[in-house]
Design a protein around this ligand. Structure first.
Ligand code: IPM
Ligand code: MG
Length: 354
């Protein structure tokens, strides 16, 4: 049997606890996998900074490129020292170095779990992951932000034809795979005529290759309003980096909370499972974190790696345990700590495998 090599980067805050849970869950579905999962762990974040002076050592990037997939814990990059002192955002660096141009973020309501949304829904945000306004991951010297004079800050926003075409393609391919009929492109081309104009033009171009799928165009502020009013009208949303960052959090929160939000960073060669939420240093080490966001991100990674049976087993198990308050973590009205939640989830998954 071949190995499926997974690199585990724990990260900061609650990272060690939720990556532990995630590894345990992947191990539990190993019996239905095509390949045998193996785990290599490396330090990133504060632990790496203390050991080797960088929050994302080059070794970790190399290991990520050698692995079949990466499980990335959340990072406290806001609290890192400046880049000159080794404080780089590991998730930005990995996205860039591994060319993970698509960030796939499903958001859907759950049976038995109350959610702020007005109605049940099931959508996926397909976010461009390398361009836009993100100073730490675009290609300009010194990042995309600068101070031309005291009291004035400028930020550059980069949109390319190549980046826009490939994220559009990812979105339409996903729509086709999931049998979804509607793709919505979200933009602000009424104000950012050149950059979002280019983005929109590229999405339209790709849409022409998928005549059976309908393309709707929506301005980002209206999209936010529609998401709150009637999220069920959306299937697949394709958008630029920052709009996707914001709207994916909105959609996930509407579905029941960021703690349940799976997220996969993916490119043509590599894929990194990364929870949608942050590192929650205030509850680190307390065994109260909800590990579901990272577990569902790993589920997406396994599906991407063609381990569908394992992915289905995880998805079914999570659905089952979230139905009942007694088997939820505290953020969702339950009583269970991280470890007890995980052990119960594993028991439910294992029962399902029989
Ligand atoms: C996310 C996060 C990241 C981002 C942070 C950690 C840099 O908000 O993955 O959504 O801005 O992309
Ligand atoms: Mg975010």
């Amino acid at each position: 049997m071949q190995d499926l090599k997974l690199l585990v980067l724990e990260g900061d805050g609650i990272g060690p606890e939720i990556t532990r849970s995630t590894i345990d869950v992947i191990s539990a579905v190993a019996p239905v996998m095509e390949r045998r999962p193996t785990f290599e762990a490396m330090d990133i974040g504060f632990s790496a900074l203390a050991k080797c002076g960088s929050t994302i050592p080059q070794d970790a990037v190399i290991a990520a490129k050698r692995a079949d997939g990466v499980v990335l814990g959340p990072v406290s990059h806001n609290d890192y020292p400046p880049a000159e002192q080794g404080g780089l955002n590991p998730s930005g660096t990995l996205r860039k170095e591994l060319e993970l141009y698509a960030n796939i973020r499903p958001a859907f309501t759950w049976d038995g779990l109350e959610a702020p949304a007005q109605c049940p829904f099931d959508l996926v945000v397909v976010r461009e992951n390398l361009e836009g306004f993100y100073a730490d991951r675009n290609m300009f010297q010194g990042g995309g932000e600068f101070l031309p004079e005291p009291g004035v800050a400028l930020a550059l926003r980069k949109i390319t034809r190549k980046g826009s075409l490939r994220i559009a393609r990812s979105g339409f391919e996903l729509a086709q795979k999931l049998g979804k009929k509607n793709v919505t492109v979200i933009h602000k081309a009424n104000v950012m005529r050149l950059s979002d104009g280019l983005f929109l033009e590229c999405v339209r171009e790709v849409a022409a290759d998928y005549p059976q799928i309908e393309l709707e165009e929506l301005i980002v502020d209206a999209a936010a309003a529609h998401l709150v009013r009637n999220p069920a009208r959306f299937d697949i949303l394709i958008t630029t980096n920052m709009f996707g960052d914001i709207l994916s959090d909105l959609a996930s929160e509407l579905a029941g909370g960021l703690g349940l939000a799976g997220s996969l960073n993916v490119g043509d060669r590599f894929a990194v499972a990364q929870a949608q939420h942050g590192s929650a240093p205030d509850i680190a080490g307390l065994d109260t974190a909800n590990p579901v966001s990272l577990i569902l991100s790993a589920e997406m990674l396994l599906r991407h790696l063609k381990e569908d049976r394992a992915a289905d087993a995880i998805a079914d198990g999570v659905k089952e345990v979230l139905k009942h308050p007694a088997t939820r973590t505290r953020d969702l009205g339950g009583q269970l700590g991280t470890q007890a939640f995980t052990q119960n989830l594993i028991a439910v998954i294992e029962r399902g495998l029989k």
